[in-house]
Each structure stands twice: as C-alpha cells, then as structure tokens.
Write a protein that binds this ligand. Structure first.
Ligand code: NDP
Ligand code: 5RP
Length: 470
C-alpha cells in the first residue's frame, strides 16, 4: 500500500481546506475525523486528488510514511490534549505532531516538553486566513522545534499565500513563539474589527447613511490606503439581503458579539508583561459589554442620547477615513510593541520584519498598511515602536486633526467609540515627554512610604509628607 506524506486530524473548516490545498500542491495526504459527515465531505471535495479520509485512528496512523507528519486542526484546549493522548501509543519515536489550532502558548510549551521527553517531535503553528485562506493560501506562524519545521518547510511554503513571490510562512522562533505571534495577530484582528464597527456606527448614526451608502463609502476607502481583507469583507456585508425579513441581513443580526478567547489572552499577557495595548483591550471589552443587552436597553431609555447627527457630511466622512487609518496604525503598533517585549521576556528571538512580511498575505489582518510596516522594520530592525518610524510619523501628523475631530464629535454626540478614543489617548500618552505620573509617585510615597526617584539627583527617596519642609 502506498503511504501518505502527511495526515490531518480534524476535518472541519480549517483542516479540510488545508488538506485540499496540500493535495492541490501535489502532496499525497490523508485525514482523520470522528465525524462520518466530515469524511464524506472531504472525499467528495478531494475526488480529483490522491487524498483519503479515515474514521479509525489506527488505520489513519498506518497509512502514513515514516517518520509520520501529523497536523492537528481541532478546537483548542482539552481536545488537543485528548487527541495527543490517543495518538501517542500509536506513534513511533521521531514522528512529528504539529498543532495548528489557536492553542494558548503556555499549553504549547507544556506539550512540547512532554512530547520531547517521550521522543516525539512537536511544534505549535498559528494559521490564519479562515476557510478561503486555508484552501488557497494561508499565512502560517510555526515556532519551536526547528529541525521538525525544516522537515515540513517545503510543504508549508507550497501551500502558503505568496506576496511578490515570498511565502507567507517563516520560522518564528523557539518555544511557543508561533502560537504567541498568532495570538497577538488575533488581538490586532479584534481591534481592527472594533474600529470598523465604530466607523459603521458613525456612518449610520451621525451621517445617517443607509446600507447602500455605507457599502459605497467602504468600497471607495478600500481602493486607498485602508485596503485590507477586513475592510473588504466588511463592505460586502452591506450588500447582502435577507430572504426571511426581505431587508438587509446586517439589520437582523443581534448586536451581541462572541469570542473564543484569543483577544482576551492577548490582553491578559499584555498586563502580565506590563506592556500596554489599550486599543486592543477596548476591543475585547466592547465585545463583552455588548452582551449586556437588557441593561443597555434599560439605560438607553433612562439616559437618552443627545442628538447624533453631524452637519458637514463630506468633511466628516473624510475625517472618519483618517480616524480609521489612525486607529488601524495604532492597533498594529500596539500588537508589534507587545511582540517586541514578549521576545525579550520569553527569549523568542522574534524578527518583526519577517512577521510583518508574512502577515502581508493570507491572514485575516492582511492590509496594504503592512507593506509600510514591513518597510519600517526592514529599514530599522530595532525600531523601538512603530510610531518611531519617520514615514509613519508623517502619516500620523497628516491624519491627526481629522482623528481628533471624529473623537470629539462622537463624545459630544454620546456615541461610544472606545477604540478610536483609546487610540488617540494612547498616542497622546506616548508623545508626552513630561507626564503627570510624578503625582502618582508622590501619592504612593505619601500614603504607603513606597519611595520615589528625583529628577535632580540619583537614588531612592522617601519624604515625610505631613511636614512642610522636607
Ligand atoms: N475557523 C477559522 O477561521 C480559524 C480557526 N482556527 C483554529 O483552528 C482550529 C480548528 O478550527 P475550525 O476548523 O474552525 O474548527 P471546526 O469546528 O470547523 O473543526 C474542528 C474539527 O475537529 C474535529 N474534532 C473535534 N474533536 C476531535 C477529536 N477528539 N478527534 C478528532 N477530531 C476532532 C471536529 O469534529 P466534530 O465536528 O465531529 O466534533 C471538527 O471536524 C481551532 O483551534 C480554531 O481556533 C485558526 C484560524 C482560523
Ligand atoms: O484565528 C482566527 C483568524 O485568524 C479566527 O477567525 C479567530 O479565532 C476568531 O476568533 P473569535 O471567535 O474569538 O472572534
């Protein structure tokens, strides 16, 4: 019996499509899933290829050439551990498992240690691009066991998205760095999705645009510097009609957003590392706040909005485009800043030039802005912050007045813009040479003798604040 080059466990949205992509690229591949429906669908879709599905794990394992290469695309968490537990007794030493789901990076570190101790290769690999990406070219973020990565590098490069001929996959670094980088990718994804939602709110409620006008505005913007996968799918949403209601589908979708956790994990890690990403945090909170529908309805009736309409439509629309671009730059800047800090803390050896390069295609946060970001890190690999790049600074200066107008208008009109406002305040905090936090140090020392440092001499000081003369 001919043996297969690679096997996939989990034939849902991502696994099935990535496997078909591998088959398209000439690899002989096989899949395992507990669900007969998933196997049937795989074999139907893959008729033209050397591709087989198995419902029995032992048969799937026996079908693979040695050393075996197995990719997991199952839901993150306990399921990954249970699949690994089922697999281990059936594997030979030297076999490789790649976890490509959205696993938490600490789980990946633990699994890598446990599997290495048993003689197996293992690495974590973030993947992005959704269904279409997996099928025709995702962006992939593998990290950990480099020898194992090199064994599958040709397959991953073949199936990845390409930008200017460069594959959107690269070895990220040691340990769980691949899953860490994917987690931060998702944090940026949450933030960009939220600023698009805030833009929609302002277009609809401040400018009074209907869905056709919102589509036309997003479509126009998507031909310029805002061009991105997320804006492209967002604009298309405003074209879709609903058979049941006879109106637009967007108008019958509940305004309560769900999440699977990667955005929250990004915020949690940023707090642990004390590396602020407030705009990303606000996007996580916005989804969580949206769940309080009953409370929002009651408070909305008790505490009505001021008038929300804006008069100078054309000018405000132009400012909105600028605010969106400003908040977009800021979302990426915060994510990349967190990556730089994590690289130091966790010894990930992250290369931000390479990361922005592989995010230019295939992934959910791909955008023309990423070309500028890539060029910024190419010019200066040790760039302290994306705002430190001269070309980014020039763009920020141009769009700042419009951004301020959008935030001020939204606040005056009682429209919640948590990410726009936070992006602007983050910018203002970072460009403030003399912050008021000397007061915080004084307060801490006053009530708790926590000490402070002085601007005019070295050392640690404590004052007796109840006496005038120190
Ligand atoms: N969807 C997306 O856009 C993206 C998802 N991801 C991540 O990829 C992973 C997979 O996501 P996705 O494909 O969307 O998920 P799906 O739910 O579509 O598919 C998961 C598959 O795993 C199977 N499965 C569950 N438990 C087991 C098990 N114990 N043994 C074997 N197979 C099992 C499921 O089978 P059954 O249905 O029978 O339970 C299902 O076929 C997740 O970690 C997700 O976060 C990453 C990037 C993008
Ligand atoms: O990983 C992804 C894309 O890269 C998923 O689309 C993302 O996990 C969706 O997350 P959530 O369900 O929390 O919105």
């Amino acid at each position: 019996m001919n043996k297969y080059t690679l096997g996939m466990i989990g034939l849902g949205t991502m696994g099935r499509n990535l496997l078909l992509n591998m088959a398209d690229n000439g690899y002989s591949v096989t899949g395992y899933d507990k669900s007969p429906d998933m196997l049937k669908k795989l074999e139907e879709d893959g008729k033209a290829h050397q591709l087989k599905g198995f419902a029995v794990l032992e048969d799937f394992i026996q079908s693979l050439e040695l050393p075996r290469r197995i990719v997991l695309l199952v839901p993150a968490g306990a399921i990954v551990d249970s699949v690994i537990q089922e697999l281990v007794p059936l594997l030979d030493k030297g076999d490789l498992i790649i976890d490509s789901g959205n696993s938490h990076f600490t789980d990946t570190s633990r699994r890598a240690e446990e599997l290495a101790a048993q003689g197996f290769h293992f690495f974590g690999m973030g993947i992005s691009g959704g269904e279409e990406g997996a099928r025709f070219g995702p962006s992939m973020m593998p990290g950990g066991d480099k020898e194992a990565y090199n064994a599958v590098k040709p397959i991953l490069e073949a199936v990845s998205a390409k930008v200017n001929g460069d594959p959107c996959v690269a070895y990220i670094g040691p340990g769980a760095s691949g899953h860490f980088v994917k987690m931060v990718h998702n944090g940026i994804e949450y933030s960009v999705m939220q600023i698009l939602a805030e833009t929609y709110d302002l277009l609809k409620n401040s400018l009074g645009y209907n869905n056709e006008q919102i589509y036309a505005t997003f479509d126009k913007w998507n031909n310029g510097r805002l061009k991105s996968f997320l804006l492209e799918v967002t604009k298309d949403i405003f074209k879709v009609k609903d058979v049941k209601s006879g109106g637009y589908l967007i108008d019958v979708i509940k305004d309560q957003a769900k999440s699977k956790g990667t955005g929250k994990w990004t915020s949690q890690v940023s707090m642990d590392l004390q590396l602020p990403i407030p705009t990303i945090n606000e996007s996580v909170s916005a989804r969580d706040l949206s769940k309080f529908k009953t409370l929002r309805v009651a408070l909305g009736a008790a505490l009505p909005h001021p008038s929300q309409k804006v008069e100078h439509t054309e000018e405000f629309e132009a400012h909105l485009e600028q605010a969106l671009y400003f908040a977009m730059i800021t979302s990426y800047a915060q994510g990349l800043h967190l990556l730089a800090q994590a690289s130091i803390e966790f010894k990930y050896e992250l290369n931000l030039q390479e990361i922005s390069q592989i995010w230019r295609g295939g992934c959910i946060i791909r955008a023309v802005l990423l070309e500028d970001i890539y060029q910024a890190y190419k010019k200066q690999p040790e760039l302290p912050h994306l705002y430190s790049d001269e070309s980014i600074q020039k763009q920020l200066k141009d769009i700042l007045p419009g951004t301020r107008n959008v935030v001020v208008t939204a606040i005056n009109h009682g429209i919640a813009v948590p990410c726009f406002a936070s992006a602007l305040t983050y910018y203002d905090s970072l460009r403030t040479a003399n912050s008021p936090l000397n007061l915080t140090q004084a307060q801490r020392d006053f009530f708790g003798a926590h000490t402070f440092e002085r601007t005019d001499s070295e050392g640690i000081f404590h004052a007796n604040w109840n006496e005038n003369n120190i």
